[in-house]
Design a protein around this ligand. Structure first.
Ligand code: ADP
Length: 560
Protein backbone atom coordinates (compact mmCIF):
# COMPACT_ATOMS: atom_id res chain seq x y z
CA UNK A 1 0.00 0.00 0.00
CA UNK A 2 0.98 3.65 -0.18
CA UNK A 3 2.81 5.21 2.72
CA UNK A 4 1.35 7.91 4.89
CA UNK A 5 3.55 10.46 3.10
CA UNK A 6 1.99 9.70 -0.20
CA UNK A 7 -1.58 9.69 1.07
CA UNK A 8 -0.99 13.02 2.74
CA UNK A 9 0.56 14.48 -0.35
CA UNK A 10 -2.33 13.35 -2.55
CA UNK A 11 -4.89 14.60 -0.06
CA UNK A 12 -3.36 18.03 0.31
CA UNK A 13 -2.73 18.38 -3.44
CA UNK A 14 -6.28 17.39 -4.25
CA UNK A 15 -7.65 19.92 -1.80
CA UNK A 16 -5.52 22.71 -3.19
CA UNK A 17 -6.28 21.87 -6.85
CA UNK A 18 -9.93 21.43 -6.11
CA UNK A 19 -10.11 24.72 -4.19
CA UNK A 20 -8.32 26.62 -6.94
CA UNK A 21 -10.39 25.19 -9.77
CA UNK A 22 -13.65 25.54 -7.93
CA UNK A 23 -13.06 29.20 -7.20
CA UNK A 24 -11.88 29.85 -10.77
CA UNK A 25 -14.87 28.14 -12.35
CA UNK A 26 -17.27 30.12 -10.19
CA UNK A 27 -16.26 33.25 -12.03
CA UNK A 28 -13.41 32.97 -14.48
CA UNK A 29 -13.38 36.69 -15.22
CA UNK A 30 -13.13 37.84 -11.68
CA UNK A 31 -9.58 38.94 -10.89
CA UNK A 32 -9.87 37.90 -7.25
CA UNK A 33 -10.84 34.39 -8.30
CA UNK A 34 -8.12 34.22 -10.94
CA UNK A 35 -5.42 35.26 -8.53
CA UNK A 36 -6.69 32.74 -6.08
CA UNK A 37 -6.41 30.06 -8.72
CA UNK A 38 -2.78 31.05 -9.38
CA UNK A 39 -2.13 31.02 -5.65
CA UNK A 40 -3.60 27.53 -5.32
CA UNK A 41 -1.70 26.26 -8.35
CA UNK A 42 1.55 27.59 -6.90
CA UNK A 43 0.72 25.86 -3.64
CA UNK A 44 0.21 22.62 -5.53
CA UNK A 45 3.50 22.80 -7.45
CA UNK A 46 5.33 23.84 -4.29
CA UNK A 47 3.98 20.90 -2.31
CA UNK A 48 4.66 18.52 -5.20
CA UNK A 49 8.26 19.72 -5.48
CA UNK A 50 8.80 19.00 -1.81
CA UNK A 51 7.27 15.60 -2.04
CA UNK A 52 9.26 14.47 -5.04
CA UNK A 53 12.47 15.84 -3.59
CA UNK A 54 12.28 13.02 -1.08
CA UNK A 55 11.22 10.39 -3.54
CA UNK A 56 13.29 10.98 -6.67
CA UNK A 57 17.02 10.40 -6.61
CA UNK A 58 17.91 11.45 -10.16
CA UNK A 59 20.38 14.33 -9.74
CA UNK A 60 19.09 16.37 -12.66
CA UNK A 61 15.49 16.09 -11.59
CA UNK A 62 16.40 16.88 -8.03
CA UNK A 63 18.07 20.03 -9.24
CA UNK A 64 14.91 21.14 -11.03
CA UNK A 65 12.68 20.18 -8.12
CA UNK A 66 14.73 22.09 -5.61
CA UNK A 67 14.71 25.19 -7.77
CA UNK A 68 11.01 24.88 -8.40
CA UNK A 69 10.34 24.57 -4.68
CA UNK A 70 12.15 27.87 -4.20
CA UNK A 71 10.46 29.59 -7.08
CA UNK A 72 6.91 28.47 -6.37
CA UNK A 73 7.35 29.38 -2.73
CA UNK A 74 7.91 32.93 -4.00
CA UNK A 75 4.94 32.71 -6.30
CA UNK A 76 2.64 31.71 -3.43
CA UNK A 77 3.58 34.85 -1.56
CA UNK A 78 3.33 36.97 -4.70
CA UNK A 79 -0.14 35.74 -5.59
CA UNK A 80 -1.19 36.03 -1.98
CA UNK A 81 -0.34 39.71 -2.26
CA UNK A 82 -2.21 40.13 -5.57
CA UNK A 83 -5.17 38.16 -4.26
CA UNK A 84 -5.50 40.36 -1.18
CA UNK A 85 -4.92 43.50 -3.26
CA UNK A 86 -7.72 42.60 -5.68
CA UNK A 87 -10.03 41.54 -2.89
CA UNK A 88 -9.77 44.86 -1.08
CA UNK A 89 -9.82 46.69 -4.43
CA UNK A 90 -6.40 48.22 -4.01
CA UNK A 91 -6.34 51.23 -6.31
CA UNK A 92 -2.79 50.84 -7.64
CA UNK A 93 -3.70 47.44 -9.06
CA UNK A 94 -5.99 49.04 -11.60
CA UNK A 95 -2.94 50.73 -13.08
CA UNK A 96 -1.60 48.51 -15.89
CA UNK A 97 1.97 49.80 -15.70
CA UNK A 98 2.24 49.18 -11.98
CA UNK A 99 0.80 45.73 -12.43
CA UNK A 100 3.37 44.82 -15.05
CA UNK A 101 6.07 46.32 -12.84
CA UNK A 102 4.93 44.10 -10.02
CA UNK A 103 5.52 41.02 -12.14
CA UNK A 104 9.10 42.02 -12.96
CA UNK A 105 10.70 40.88 -9.67
CA UNK A 106 9.03 37.47 -10.06
CA UNK A 107 10.36 37.16 -13.58
CA UNK A 108 13.79 38.18 -12.40
CA UNK A 109 13.64 35.57 -9.66
CA UNK A 110 12.51 32.97 -12.16
CA UNK A 111 15.58 33.63 -14.22
CA UNK A 112 17.88 33.77 -11.19
CA UNK A 113 16.55 30.56 -9.69
CA UNK A 114 16.29 28.38 -12.77
CA UNK A 115 19.06 29.73 -14.97
CA UNK A 116 21.77 30.90 -12.58
CA UNK A 117 23.37 29.73 -9.36
CA UNK A 118 22.81 33.05 -7.64
CA UNK A 119 20.00 31.82 -5.40
CA UNK A 120 20.32 28.05 -5.40
CA UNK A 121 23.75 26.69 -6.15
CA UNK A 122 23.26 23.00 -5.60
CA UNK A 123 22.40 20.47 -2.93
CA UNK A 124 23.62 17.60 -0.87
CA UNK A 125 21.67 14.61 0.23
CA UNK A 126 21.78 14.19 3.98
CA UNK A 127 20.13 11.41 5.99
CA UNK A 128 17.36 13.85 6.99
CA UNK A 129 16.63 14.80 3.38
CA UNK A 130 17.75 17.18 0.69
CA UNK A 131 19.93 20.04 1.91
CA UNK A 132 20.17 23.02 -0.42
CA UNK A 133 23.44 24.90 -0.97
CA UNK A 134 22.51 28.52 -1.44
CA UNK A 135 23.98 31.03 -3.85
CA UNK A 136 25.54 34.42 -3.19
CA UNK A 137 22.32 36.42 -3.81
CA UNK A 138 20.08 34.20 -1.74
CA UNK A 139 19.15 37.29 0.29
CA UNK A 140 17.14 38.59 -2.69
CA UNK A 141 14.90 35.56 -2.41
CA UNK A 142 14.33 36.23 1.26
CA UNK A 143 13.66 39.92 0.73
CA UNK A 144 11.10 39.04 -1.93
CA UNK A 145 9.29 36.71 0.43
CA UNK A 146 9.24 39.15 3.32
CA UNK A 147 8.21 42.17 1.21
CA UNK A 148 5.22 40.56 -0.49
CA UNK A 149 4.04 38.68 2.58
CA UNK A 150 4.23 41.81 4.70
CA UNK A 151 2.66 44.00 2.00
CA UNK A 152 -0.28 41.62 1.62
CA UNK A 153 -0.79 41.29 5.37
CA UNK A 154 -0.49 45.02 6.06
CA UNK A 155 -2.94 45.93 3.30
CA UNK A 156 -5.37 43.37 4.62
CA UNK A 157 -4.94 44.59 8.20
CA UNK A 158 -5.47 48.25 7.28
CA UNK A 159 -8.50 47.50 5.16
CA UNK A 160 -9.88 45.18 7.79
CA UNK A 161 -10.20 48.06 10.19
CA UNK A 162 -11.87 50.28 7.62
CA UNK A 163 -14.40 48.06 5.95
CA UNK A 164 -17.51 46.88 7.65
CA UNK A 165 -19.30 44.71 5.16
CA UNK A 166 -18.89 41.10 4.15
CA UNK A 167 -15.32 41.74 2.96
CA UNK A 168 -14.33 42.08 6.56
CA UNK A 169 -15.44 38.56 7.30
CA UNK A 170 -13.65 37.34 4.16
CA UNK A 171 -10.46 38.94 5.40
CA UNK A 172 -11.00 37.39 8.80
CA UNK A 173 -11.13 33.98 7.14
CA UNK A 174 -7.97 34.64 5.16
CA UNK A 175 -6.18 35.90 8.26
CA UNK A 176 -7.19 32.83 10.18
CA UNK A 177 -5.86 30.56 7.41
CA UNK A 178 -2.63 32.51 7.16
CA UNK A 179 -2.20 32.50 10.90
CA UNK A 180 -2.70 28.75 11.21
CA UNK A 181 -0.27 28.14 8.35
CA UNK A 182 2.45 30.33 9.77
CA UNK A 183 1.85 29.02 13.27
CA UNK A 184 2.15 25.36 12.31
CA UNK A 185 5.05 25.98 9.93
CA UNK A 186 7.03 27.89 12.54
CA UNK A 187 6.13 25.42 15.27
CA UNK A 188 7.22 22.36 13.33
CA UNK A 189 9.96 23.63 11.08
CA UNK A 190 11.56 26.14 13.45
CA UNK A 191 10.63 25.55 17.09
CA UNK A 192 10.40 21.78 17.13
CA UNK A 193 12.94 21.16 14.37
CA UNK A 194 15.65 19.89 16.73
CA UNK A 195 13.23 17.64 18.50
CA UNK A 196 11.96 15.93 15.38
CA UNK A 197 15.23 15.92 13.46
CA UNK A 198 16.24 12.52 14.80
CA UNK A 199 12.80 11.00 14.58
CA UNK A 200 12.24 8.26 12.06
CA UNK A 201 9.25 10.18 10.83
CA UNK A 202 11.23 13.36 10.23
CA UNK A 203 10.12 13.82 6.61
CA UNK A 204 6.56 13.29 7.58
CA UNK A 205 6.69 15.88 10.37
CA UNK A 206 8.63 18.44 8.42
CA UNK A 207 6.17 18.09 5.62
CA UNK A 208 3.29 18.79 7.99
CA UNK A 209 4.65 22.31 8.32
CA UNK A 210 4.73 22.75 4.57
CA UNK A 211 1.37 21.15 4.00
CA UNK A 212 -0.24 23.47 6.48
CA UNK A 213 -0.18 26.06 3.68
CA UNK A 214 -3.38 24.32 2.77
CA UNK A 215 -5.05 26.19 5.62
CA UNK A 216 -4.35 29.48 3.90
CA UNK A 217 -5.60 27.99 0.70
CA UNK A 218 -8.76 26.44 2.09
CA UNK A 219 -9.73 29.41 4.25
CA UNK A 220 -9.19 31.94 1.48
CA UNK A 221 -11.04 29.81 -1.03
CA UNK A 222 -13.89 29.28 1.35
CA UNK A 223 -14.09 33.01 1.96
CA UNK A 224 -14.68 33.58 -1.73
CA UNK A 225 -16.93 30.63 -2.44
CA UNK A 226 -19.31 30.92 0.40
CA UNK A 227 -22.17 33.01 -0.73
CA UNK A 228 -23.03 34.62 2.53
CA UNK A 229 -20.41 34.80 5.22
CA UNK A 230 -22.27 35.44 8.34
CA UNK A 231 -20.24 36.13 11.28
CA UNK A 232 -16.92 35.77 13.05
CA UNK A 233 -18.64 33.51 15.56
CA UNK A 234 -19.25 31.01 12.81
CA UNK A 235 -15.64 31.16 11.72
CA UNK A 236 -14.50 30.15 15.15
CA UNK A 237 -17.01 27.36 15.44
CA UNK A 238 -15.98 26.09 12.02
CA UNK A 239 -12.37 26.39 13.00
CA UNK A 240 -12.91 24.35 16.11
CA UNK A 241 -14.85 21.76 14.17
CA UNK A 242 -12.17 21.62 11.49
CA UNK A 243 -9.41 21.27 14.07
CA UNK A 244 -11.17 18.33 15.67
CA UNK A 245 -11.79 16.67 12.31
CA UNK A 246 -8.20 17.15 11.15
CA UNK A 247 -6.88 15.72 14.40
CA UNK A 248 -9.13 12.76 14.06
CA UNK A 249 -8.04 12.35 10.41
CA UNK A 250 -4.38 12.37 11.42
CA UNK A 251 -5.10 9.68 13.97
CA UNK A 252 -6.94 7.70 11.36
CA UNK A 253 -3.97 7.76 9.01
CA UNK A 254 -1.49 6.93 11.70
CA UNK A 255 -3.59 4.03 12.97
CA UNK A 256 -1.67 0.82 13.54
CA UNK A 257 -3.55 -2.23 12.53
CA UNK A 258 -6.95 -2.71 11.02
CA UNK A 259 -8.94 -2.67 14.28
CA UNK A 260 -7.51 0.68 15.31
CA UNK A 261 -8.17 1.97 11.82
CA UNK A 262 -11.81 0.95 12.06
CA UNK A 263 -12.30 2.43 15.52
CA UNK A 264 -10.58 5.65 14.48
CA UNK A 265 -12.70 5.66 11.34
CA UNK A 266 -15.86 5.41 13.40
CA UNK A 267 -14.68 8.19 15.68
CA UNK A 268 -13.89 10.29 12.63
CA UNK A 269 -17.36 9.79 11.17
CA UNK A 270 -19.05 10.56 14.48
CA UNK A 271 -16.94 13.66 15.04
CA UNK A 272 -17.61 14.91 11.52
CA UNK A 273 -21.31 14.42 12.07
CA UNK A 274 -21.32 16.32 15.36
CA UNK A 275 -19.07 19.04 14.02
CA UNK A 276 -21.48 19.52 11.15
CA UNK A 277 -24.40 19.70 13.55
CA UNK A 278 -22.57 22.20 15.74
CA UNK A 279 -21.72 24.50 12.84
CA UNK A 280 -25.27 24.27 11.51
CA UNK A 281 -26.77 25.13 14.88
CA UNK A 282 -24.54 28.18 15.25
CA UNK A 283 -25.44 29.21 11.72
CA UNK A 284 -29.13 28.84 12.42
CA UNK A 285 -28.82 30.79 15.63
CA UNK A 286 -27.04 33.63 13.88
CA UNK A 287 -29.52 33.60 11.02
CA UNK A 288 -32.30 33.97 13.58
CA UNK A 289 -30.49 36.79 15.26
CA UNK A 290 -30.07 38.52 11.94
CA UNK A 291 -33.72 38.06 11.11
CA UNK A 292 -34.65 39.51 14.47
CA UNK A 293 -32.34 42.41 13.90
CA UNK A 294 -33.86 43.04 10.50
CA UNK A 295 -37.32 42.92 11.97
CA UNK A 296 -36.29 45.34 14.68
CA UNK A 297 -34.96 47.75 12.07
CA UNK A 298 -38.16 47.46 10.08
CA UNK A 299 -40.20 48.02 13.20
CA UNK A 300 -38.14 51.06 14.05
CA UNK A 301 -38.76 52.43 10.56
CA UNK A 302 -42.47 51.77 10.84
CA UNK A 303 -42.41 53.45 14.21
CA UNK A 304 -40.74 56.49 12.73
CA UNK A 305 -43.38 56.67 10.04
CA UNK A 306 -46.10 56.36 12.63
CA UNK A 307 -44.53 59.12 14.67
CA UNK A 308 -44.44 61.35 11.61
CA UNK A 309 -48.08 60.57 10.95
CA UNK A 310 -48.94 61.19 14.56
CA UNK A 311 -47.17 64.53 14.45
CA UNK A 312 -49.06 65.46 11.30
CA UNK A 313 -52.31 64.51 13.03
CA UNK A 314 -51.45 66.55 16.12
CA UNK A 315 -50.63 69.49 13.91
CA UNK A 316 -53.91 69.03 12.08
CA UNK A 317 -55.92 68.91 15.32
CA UNK A 318 -54.15 72.00 16.52
CA UNK A 319 -54.88 74.00 13.37
CA UNK A 320 -58.45 72.76 13.08
CA UNK A 321 -59.19 73.53 16.73
CA UNK A 322 -57.77 77.02 16.49
CA UNK A 323 -59.89 77.69 13.44
CA UNK A 324 -62.99 76.33 15.16
CA UNK A 325 -62.51 78.37 18.30
CA UNK A 326 -63.29 81.79 16.82
CA UNK A 327 -66.67 81.00 15.22
CA UNK A 328 -67.79 78.98 18.25
CA UNK A 329 -66.91 81.82 20.59
CA UNK A 330 -68.96 84.11 18.36
CA UNK A 331 -71.93 81.74 18.45
CA UNK A 332 -71.66 81.45 22.22
CA UNK A 333 -71.25 85.19 22.70
CA UNK A 334 -74.16 86.21 20.47
CA UNK A 335 -76.54 83.57 21.78
CA UNK A 336 -75.74 84.75 25.28
CA UNK A 337 -76.48 88.35 24.25
CA UNK A 338 -79.73 87.25 22.64
CA UNK A 339 -80.70 85.34 25.79
CA UNK A 340 -79.99 88.39 27.92
CA UNK A 341 -82.31 90.43 25.70
CA UNK A 342 -79.65 92.74 24.32
CA UNK A 343 -81.36 92.54 20.92
CA UNK A 344 -84.83 92.88 22.31
CA UNK A 345 -87.35 90.56 23.94
CA UNK A 346 -87.53 87.04 22.52
CA UNK A 347 -90.47 84.70 22.76
CA UNK A 348 -90.53 81.70 25.07
CA UNK A 349 -89.95 79.19 22.26
CA UNK A 350 -87.07 81.20 20.75
CA UNK A 351 -85.59 81.52 24.23
CA UNK A 352 -85.59 77.79 24.80
CA UNK A 353 -84.08 77.22 21.32
CA UNK A 354 -81.42 79.80 22.08
CA UNK A 355 -80.63 78.06 25.36
CA UNK A 356 -79.95 74.88 23.39
CA UNK A 357 -77.73 76.82 20.97
CA UNK A 358 -75.87 78.30 23.91
CA UNK A 359 -75.29 75.01 25.78
CA UNK A 360 -74.25 73.27 22.57
CA UNK A 361 -71.80 76.06 21.85
CA UNK A 362 -70.48 75.70 25.38
CA UNK A 363 -69.91 71.99 24.87
CA UNK A 364 -68.17 72.72 21.62
CA UNK A 365 -65.87 75.19 23.38
CA UNK A 366 -64.96 72.50 25.92
CA UNK A 367 -64.38 69.99 23.17
CA UNK A 368 -62.15 72.34 21.21
CA UNK A 369 -60.26 73.16 24.42
CA UNK A 370 -59.74 69.44 25.07
CA UNK A 371 -58.52 68.88 21.52
CA UNK A 372 -56.17 71.82 21.80
CA UNK A 373 -54.84 70.43 25.07
CA UNK A 374 -54.19 67.06 23.46
CA UNK A 375 -52.27 68.64 20.64
CA UNK A 376 -50.35 70.77 23.12
CA UNK A 377 -49.43 67.71 25.19
CA UNK A 378 -48.34 65.75 22.15
CA UNK A 379 -46.25 68.47 20.66
CA UNK A 380 -44.79 69.31 24.08
CA UNK A 381 -46.19 72.83 23.85
CA UNK A 382 -48.36 72.79 26.94
CA UNK A 383 -47.39 75.77 29.05
CA UNK A 384 -47.31 75.53 32.82
CA UNK A 385 -47.16 78.39 35.32
CA UNK A 386 -46.12 77.15 38.71
CA UNK A 387 -46.88 79.16 41.82
CA UNK A 388 -47.72 78.53 45.47
CA UNK A 389 -51.44 78.01 45.91
CA UNK A 390 -54.00 76.55 48.28
CA UNK A 391 -55.82 73.32 47.52
CA UNK A 392 -58.59 74.23 49.96
CA UNK A 393 -59.31 77.43 48.03
CA UNK A 394 -59.37 75.44 44.79
CA UNK A 395 -61.87 72.93 46.17
CA UNK A 396 -64.11 75.61 47.61
CA UNK A 397 -64.16 77.43 44.29
CA UNK A 398 -65.10 74.25 42.46
CA UNK A 399 -67.79 73.53 45.03
CA UNK A 400 -69.34 76.93 44.30
CA UNK A 401 -69.23 76.17 40.58
CA UNK A 402 -70.86 72.77 40.80
CA UNK A 403 -73.30 73.02 43.69
CA UNK A 404 -76.08 74.43 41.50
CA UNK A 405 -75.64 71.77 38.86
CA UNK A 406 -75.73 69.09 41.57
CA UNK A 407 -78.81 70.59 43.16
CA UNK A 408 -80.58 70.75 39.81
CA UNK A 409 -80.01 67.05 39.45
CA UNK A 410 -81.06 66.48 43.05
CA UNK A 411 -77.60 65.19 43.96
CA UNK A 412 -75.64 65.99 47.06
CA UNK A 413 -72.18 67.53 46.73
CA UNK A 414 -70.02 67.42 49.86
CA UNK A 415 -66.54 68.60 50.56
CA UNK A 416 -64.35 67.16 53.28
CA UNK A 417 -61.34 69.22 54.28
CA UNK A 418 -58.92 68.33 57.12
CA UNK A 419 -59.10 70.13 60.45
CA UNK A 420 -55.51 71.33 60.16
CA UNK A 421 -55.10 73.52 57.14
CA UNK A 422 -53.24 71.89 54.25
CA UNK A 423 -49.86 73.32 53.32
CA UNK A 424 -49.80 75.47 50.22
CA UNK A 425 -48.14 73.72 47.31
CA UNK A 426 -46.42 74.86 44.18
CA UNK A 427 -48.64 74.00 41.24
CA UNK A 428 -50.22 75.28 38.07
CA UNK A 429 -53.44 76.34 39.76
CA UNK A 430 -55.64 76.59 36.70
CA UNK A 431 -54.48 73.24 35.29
CA UNK A 432 -55.04 71.36 38.57
CA UNK A 433 -58.37 73.12 38.83
CA UNK A 434 -59.24 71.90 35.33
CA UNK A 435 -58.28 68.37 36.33
CA UNK A 436 -60.32 68.27 39.55
CA UNK A 437 -63.15 70.10 37.81
CA UNK A 438 -63.27 67.28 35.24
CA UNK A 439 -63.38 64.72 38.07
CA UNK A 440 -66.37 66.46 39.65
CA UNK A 441 -68.04 67.07 36.31
CA UNK A 442 -67.68 63.35 35.50
CA UNK A 443 -68.91 62.34 38.96
CA UNK A 444 -72.10 64.30 38.36
CA UNK A 445 -72.34 63.14 34.76
CA UNK A 446 -71.94 59.46 35.41
CA UNK A 447 -74.24 59.25 38.42
CA UNK A 448 -77.96 58.48 38.46
CA UNK A 449 -78.74 59.05 42.09
CA UNK A 450 -76.86 60.01 45.21
CA UNK A 451 -74.05 62.46 44.70
CA UNK A 452 -70.39 63.21 44.99
CA UNK A 453 -67.87 64.00 47.73
CA UNK A 454 -64.64 65.90 47.27
CA UNK A 455 -62.08 65.16 49.93
CA UNK A 456 -58.61 66.61 50.45
CA UNK A 457 -56.02 65.24 52.87
CA UNK A 458 -52.31 65.29 53.65
CA UNK A 459 -50.56 61.93 53.47
CA UNK A 460 -47.10 60.87 54.60
CA UNK A 461 -46.20 59.29 51.27
CA UNK A 462 -47.55 58.79 47.79
CA UNK A 463 -48.39 55.62 45.93
CA UNK A 464 -46.97 53.85 42.90
CA UNK A 465 -49.44 53.30 40.07
CA UNK A 466 -48.58 50.73 37.41
CA UNK A 467 -49.16 51.18 33.69
CA UNK A 468 -52.59 49.58 33.99
CA UNK A 469 -53.74 52.21 36.45
CA UNK A 470 -53.62 50.10 39.61
CA UNK A 471 -51.90 51.04 42.86
CA UNK A 472 -49.03 48.62 43.36
CA UNK A 473 -47.04 50.14 46.21
CA UNK A 474 -45.96 53.14 48.19
CA UNK A 475 -43.58 55.84 47.09
CA UNK A 476 -41.73 57.72 49.80
CA UNK A 477 -39.20 59.24 47.43
CA UNK A 478 -41.12 62.50 46.96
CA UNK A 479 -42.11 62.87 50.63
CA UNK A 480 -45.56 64.02 51.73
CA UNK A 481 -48.39 64.36 49.25
CA UNK A 482 -51.76 66.05 49.08
CA UNK A 483 -54.46 63.69 47.95
CA UNK A 484 -57.76 64.87 46.45
CA UNK A 485 -60.43 62.21 46.08
CA UNK A 486 -63.67 62.73 44.17
CA UNK A 487 -66.01 59.88 45.02
CA UNK A 488 -69.47 59.31 43.66
CA UNK A 489 -72.37 56.91 43.92
CA UNK A 490 -72.57 56.53 40.16
CA UNK A 491 -72.35 53.86 37.53
CA UNK A 492 -68.89 52.72 38.68
CA UNK A 493 -66.24 51.22 36.45
CA UNK A 494 -65.68 47.53 35.68
CA UNK A 495 -62.14 46.44 36.53
CA UNK A 496 -61.29 45.58 32.94
CA UNK A 497 -61.99 49.13 31.78
CA UNK A 498 -59.67 50.78 34.30
CA UNK A 499 -56.46 50.31 32.28
CA UNK A 500 -57.94 52.22 29.34
CA UNK A 501 -59.71 55.14 31.04
CA UNK A 502 -56.74 57.50 31.07
CA UNK A 503 -55.93 56.83 27.43
CA UNK A 504 -56.78 59.19 24.62
CA UNK A 505 -60.39 59.10 23.33
CA UNK A 506 -61.20 56.32 25.74
CA UNK A 507 -64.72 56.09 27.08
CA UNK A 508 -66.40 53.41 29.12
CA UNK A 509 -68.78 50.99 27.37
CA UNK A 510 -71.79 51.98 29.41
CA UNK A 511 -71.51 55.75 29.42
CA UNK A 512 -73.56 56.76 26.40
CA UNK A 513 -76.70 55.68 28.24
CA UNK A 514 -76.13 58.48 30.73
CA UNK A 515 -74.31 61.09 28.83
CA UNK A 516 -74.10 61.09 25.07
CA UNK A 517 -71.58 63.91 24.79
CA UNK A 518 -67.99 63.55 25.86
CA UNK A 519 -64.76 62.94 24.11
CA UNK A 520 -62.79 60.65 26.38
CA UNK A 521 -60.06 63.27 26.53
CA UNK A 522 -60.52 64.84 29.96
CA UNK A 523 -58.81 62.08 31.96
CA UNK A 524 -56.03 61.80 29.38
CA UNK A 525 -55.29 65.51 29.66
CA UNK A 526 -55.58 65.28 33.46
CA UNK A 527 -53.02 62.49 33.61
CA UNK A 528 -50.54 64.57 31.62
CA UNK A 529 -51.13 67.50 33.99
CA UNK A 530 -50.59 65.31 37.06
CA UNK A 531 -47.42 63.83 35.60
CA UNK A 532 -45.95 67.27 35.04
CA UNK A 533 -46.48 67.84 38.76
CA UNK A 534 -44.73 64.49 39.51
CA UNK A 535 -48.08 63.38 40.81
CA UNK A 536 -50.38 60.46 40.15
CA UNK A 537 -53.95 60.06 39.03
CA UNK A 538 -55.89 56.85 39.22
CA UNK A 539 -59.35 55.50 39.74
CA UNK A 540 -60.76 53.01 42.18
CA UNK A 541 -64.15 51.40 41.82
CA UNK A 542 -65.81 48.40 43.37
CA UNK A 543 -67.34 47.60 40.01
CA UNK A 544 -70.23 48.53 37.76
CA UNK A 545 -73.01 50.30 39.66
CA UNK A 546 -70.92 50.69 42.79
CA UNK A 547 -69.57 54.22 42.37
CA UNK A 548 -66.01 55.37 41.69
CA UNK A 549 -63.22 57.29 43.36
CA UNK A 550 -61.05 59.44 41.13
CA UNK A 551 -57.86 60.40 42.91
CA UNK A 552 -54.96 62.75 42.37
CA UNK A 553 -51.86 63.05 44.51
CA UNK A 554 -49.39 65.91 44.27
CA UNK A 555 -46.11 66.03 46.21
CA UNK A 556 -46.04 68.81 48.78
CA UNK A 557 -42.40 69.53 48.03
CA UNK A 558 -42.20 70.93 44.52
CA UNK A 559 -39.95 68.89 42.26
CA UNK A 560 -38.76 70.75 39.21
P1 ADP B 1 -65.53 62.07 28.81
O1 ADP B 1 -66.15 62.28 30.14
O2 ADP B 1 -65.57 63.25 27.94
O3 ADP B 1 -65.99 60.82 28.13
P2 ADP B 1 -63.12 61.63 30.32
O4 ADP B 1 -61.73 61.43 29.85
O5 ADP B 1 -63.34 62.67 31.34
O6 ADP B 1 -63.96 61.86 29.03
O7 ADP B 1 -63.61 60.24 30.88
C1 ADP B 1 -63.32 59.07 30.20
C2 ADP B 1 -64.26 57.97 30.55
O8 ADP B 1 -64.06 57.59 31.92
C3 ADP B 1 -65.70 58.32 30.50
O9 ADP B 1 -66.19 58.23 29.20
C4 ADP B 1 -66.32 57.30 31.43
O10 ADP B 1 -66.44 56.06 30.77
C5 ADP B 1 -65.27 57.11 32.48
N1 ADP B 1 -65.55 57.90 33.67
C6 ADP B 1 -65.01 59.08 34.02
N2 ADP B 1 -65.47 59.50 35.20
C7 ADP B 1 -66.33 58.54 35.63
C8 ADP B 1 -67.14 58.37 36.82
N3 ADP B 1 -67.17 59.30 37.78
N4 ADP B 1 -67.90 57.27 36.92
C9 ADP B 1 -67.87 56.32 35.93
N5 ADP B 1 -67.14 56.42 34.83
C10 ADP B 1 -66.38 57.51 34.66
Amino acid sequence: MFGNDFIFFVLVSLVSIFMGLFVLLKDTRNRVNRNFFYLSSSVFVWIASFYFEDVIRNQQWLNVLLRSDYFFGCLIVFYFFLFIGELVELKILSNKIIKVALYLPSMLLFWMIFFTDLIVKGFEILPGGLNPILGSLEIIYEIFLVVFLLAGSIIAAIKYRKIVNEKRVQLAYIFTGLFIFIFIAILINVVLVDLIKNSVNYTFYSRLGIYSVIFLNVFSGYAIIKHRLLNIKIIYTELLALGVIVLSLVQLFTAKGISEFISQGLIFVALTFFAYKLVRSVEVEIERKEELQEMATRLAQANDQLRTLDNAKTEFISIASHQLRTPITAIKGFSSLLLEGSYGEVSESVHSALEKVYSSAERLVDLVEDLLNVSRIESGRMQFTFEKASVEKLIKELYDNFILIAKNKKFYLDIKLPENPLPEIVMDYSKIRELVSNFIDNALKYTEKGGATVKAELREEGVVVDENGFVVGKKSEFGKVIRITVSDTGIGIPKEEIPYLFKKFSRGKDVSRLHVGGTGLGLYVGKAIAETHHGQVWVESDGAGKGSRFIIEIPVEHIS
